[in-house]
Design a protein around this ligand. Sequence first.
Ligand SMILES: C[S@@+](CC[C@H](N)C(=O)[O-])C[C@H]1O[C@@H](n2cnc3c(N)ncnc32)[C@H](O)[C@@H]1O
Length: 331
Amino acid sequence: MTEDTTRSRIVLRNTLREHASPYDLHADARAGLSSTPKTLPSKYFYDARGSHLFEMITRLPEYYLTRAETEILEREAGRFVGAVRPRVLVEFGSGAARKTRILLDAMLERGLLEGYGPVDVSAEASRHAADALIRDYPDIRVEGVIGDFERPRDLPFAGRPRLMAFLGSTIGNLEPVQATSFLTSVQKEMTGADGFLVGFDLVKDVDVLERAYNDEAGVTAKFNLNVLRVLNRDLGASFDLEAFRHRAVWNARDARIEMHLESMVEQSVRIPSIGLEIAFAAGETIRTELSHKYTRESANGLLDASGLGLESWCTDASDRFALALVRAGTV
Ligand SMILES: C[S@@+](CC[C@H](N)C(=O)[O-])C[C@H]1O[C@@H](n2cnc3c(N)ncnc32)[C@H](O)[C@@H]1O
């Protein structure tokens, strides 16, 4: 196969710089760092380095999420694919698309696989994953979007029966209001033939949860601090990475792990490109990521509020993680 043939099987439409794109580091940094408490959206972790660090996280002994979800996919992929009979898989927040292969294999085995539509903000991760997939699946077409999944318009492969997937508990990174709005927009894009798989990390022992985000090797700390490198590089900010430390704590009231970057000293940081000088007290934090944890009941409430009906709910053997197969409307 020539390089040209290979390339023609990949179309990645970049919507990040489109007018009114929700991906706007300048506006989000200005709003988040001027607010109390200070926040930054987690989507800005994922430049090439951040995406690579996230892949390392998925292999950590403490990070049970990927292994638990893989266990469910290996057991249930055939059943999910048999129920929906999709010709294409559209995946939000696809990243390296490793677990994705379990679903693609199940589609291939049934002679259904035509295409794959990744939707992810990380250009590097998307290109890398697309290259690897067309190499390993000789008949697949990749039609993806490098963009923000919170605006899921013009999704790939409209008109084909689609299995949508939102794996890795990325739904947990969204506040419930945002999650409802995202799921509702996907639901509006779905036809009666489409199915949607959503991965929920479940409420569990606090120690297990906190360990998953405070690994011994310090990879999650590097991942968290990476957002300050992104701000230094892309906004000309003057964050001293040595003056902040990683913190991840369970917030029982909101059933979520919160990741913060804590200023170890009183300091001020300049971001000239957005005209900000930000003062930090010693111990003050920037909240960089939320990871909401669900129960079957709370997940059902979210799906219901989004116009999605639960068709099946599958957990791993230790009840750590769940995959919900849902349809537009009530099932
Ligand atoms: C928690 S990782 C999950 C990756 C992979 N699906 C998995 O299960 O291991 C989140 C992924 O979503 C992407 N992402 C985060 N926020 C996004 C957004 N608002 N729009 C599109 N992609 C986003 C990141 O680049 C990353 O690949």
